[in-house]
Write a protein that binds this ligand. Sequence first.
Ligand SMILES: CC(C)(COP(=O)(O)OP(=O)(O)OC[C@H]1O[C@@H](n2cnc3c(N)ncnc32)[C@H](O)[C@@H]1OP(=O)(O)O)[C@@H](O)C(=O)NCCC(=O)NCCS
Length: 150
Amino acid sequence: MIKEHYSGIKDVELGKGVKVVHPVNLYGCSLGDDSFVGPFVEIQKGVKIGNRTKIQSHSFICELVTIGEDCFVGHGVMFINDLFSTGAPAQGDKSLWKSTQIGNRVSIGSNATILPVIVCDNVVIGAGAVVTKNISEPGIYYGNPAKKRK
Ligand SMILES: CC(C)(COP(=O)(O)OP(=O)(O)OC[C@H]1O[C@@H](n2cnc3c(N)ncnc32)[C@H](O)[C@@H]1OP(=O)(O)O)[C@@H](O)C(=O)NCCC(=O)NCCS
């Protein structure tokens, strides 16, 4: 017997003028006024997306992530909350998960990976970057690991 779940929009707090392109899997999260979510995006429980922030197709935003206002999340951006800190996946033990906070006016290039970090306002993260450490100064960061380049 198969246990089936279907993607969709469930228990989502929606601001005014939100635009979503299906198919998406959004549950238990909140989307600010005039925000946008492209197709094939999953946004999990407890995530907060600020006003006017755009999430492009194929991105994954996991529990414990907060994204501010006027941000741009490119295509295929992956957020991470489980660092496999015990040498293996946390297997649902949320005490092992870590949070991420993205400030306002942060633009994240396509295919970037964001480990659990805090990113300040006014930051650009390049395509394909792997962000492993907090970013506390505005600027342009890219590479693996992402470093301030400009
Ligand atoms: C990071 C970024 C903002 C830098 O732009 P820029 O300041 O104009 O940088 P430049 O094009 O002048 O490149 C400077 C150097 O960095 C390198 N570089 C640029 N972007 C890079 C990236 N994402 N990762 C690794 N290296 C990068 C360039 O090859 C160049 O190297 P060189 O000095 O050895 O020649 C931009 O390249 C980028 O990745 N933008 C993301 C765009 C995106 O994903 N949009 C999504 C919607 S389509």
